[in-house]
Design a protein around this ligand. Sequence first.
Ligand SMILES: Cc1cc2nc3c(=O)[nH]c(=O)nc-3n(C[C@H](O)[C@H](O)[C@H](O)COP(=O)(O)OP(=O)(O)OC[C@H]3O[C@@H](n4cnc5c(N)ncnc54)[C@H](O)[C@@H]3O)c2cc1C
Length: 423
Amino acid sequence: MNRYDVIVIGGGPAGLAAAISADRRGAEVLLIEREARLGGILKQCIHDGFGLVRFGEKLSGPEYVERFIKEFRERRIQSSLLTFVTDMKKTDHGFVLRAVNRSGVHEYEAKALVLATGCRERTAKQVQIHGTRPAGVLTAGTAQHFVNLQGKMPARKCVILGSGDIGLIMARRLTLEGAEVLGVYEVKPTPSGLTRNIVQCLDDYKIPLYLSHTVTRVFGEQRLTAVEVAEVDEQMQPIKSTRKRIACDTLILSVGLIPENEMAEKLGVRLDTKTKGPVCNHRFMTEVEGVFSCGNALHVNDLVDYVSESGELSGTAAAEYAEKMGSTKRREVSLNTDASLQYLVPQKLALSEGLDKVIFYFRSREVLKQGTLVFLVDGKEVFHRKYRNLKPPEMERLELNCTSFGLSDASRIDVQIKKEGDI
Ligand SMILES: Cc1cc2nc3c(=O)[nH]c(=O)nc-3n(C[C@H](O)[C@H](O)[C@H](O)COP(=O)(O)OP(=O)(O)OC[C@H]3O[C@@H](n4cnc5c(N)ncnc54)[C@H](O)[C@@H]3O)c2cc1C
């Protein structure tokens, strides 16, 4: 059996960054990827806007990820492509992984694992649309794959359900390729995607956005011929009197992403009900000792720059763990959040690790013109920062020195966002 210090599962931007940083830290690394090429989902994201934070440049997805692939190759890090990890087990010495590829089933041993398996799209089944099952109902990611990688047009006249970023980007892409995009229908009263994508992908192309609207029914036998749309009330229930039939040949779904954690669940990793990714500490270690998580498998990011950042940090932490395996006792304190936060990552601080540079990622639950993020230890405020224009679709990043928090094993940490009037 082949033995490694760190095995990274997933060769997207998170996995590549994790493998590079673990290698930099001196670990023997293997990266396993189920597809034929490295790069993850960025291979099909040919629009620009990637890398503004990290490189100060506007790159396309392939250009961004190529910088990491180049370094990965220069470092001669081992990889196994077209290899699908199907099972993982914890042992006394670490983990045994089973993976399948064209040459058969293989087993690998590792002291630490980094799960960088990305996310998947929600489908029609998860949004309850009535009607027949004609061709022409597809997710925005599938449409992106057809247009950008296969050079095929999946739509002539389409409706987009959901204002997630991939749907917005595909509204522009399909328009540029000659399709008629009749509108984007969003069930919530506010858009799900980034403001910059609303402006650059819809407003600039005069594509209408219908908030508080949804698709209730599809029509067509072989191929989609029309959809029924309706306005929704405050409980998000369709209002019958507003139902309208729209002729179209394609319905594109952009109704959210879910972290892919089937493998993590096999290992007994606990998932956060808010992020749908693993509960982890500030070194990105999950509740299963030696298993690390990063990128979109951990929580759905809106900027790839932060995906790479979490990959890098988790790779370094995994390499350090493999080096001193089992020699440090785990001591952690949970961060408790209230309903003002949609989520906060990490969910725990590891007291046995350095707390001088902790990176938090969070989203506000509500749109707030002004809000103050507050950290309380045993009821006493230890940190606050004011924010302007907090919005659920826009993730915030905060770097904090937590050494002055005076934490002990018995501490209780609460994190909340206070609205202007609450302070
Ligand atoms: C369809 C789609 C389109 C997107 N478009 C954009 C966009 O236009 N702009 C943007 O900023 N963000 C976009 N995103 C968000 C994007 O996912 C992130 O910015 C970033 O690519 C996430 O990186 P990652 O490495 O965490 O995941 P990914 O890039 O998804 O990489 C995960 C990798 O893990 C591999 N993998 C998973 N399970 C296994 C297994 N069991 N065995 C082996 N390998 C496995 C997958 O094949 C994949 O290569 C998109 C996401 C999706 C799903």
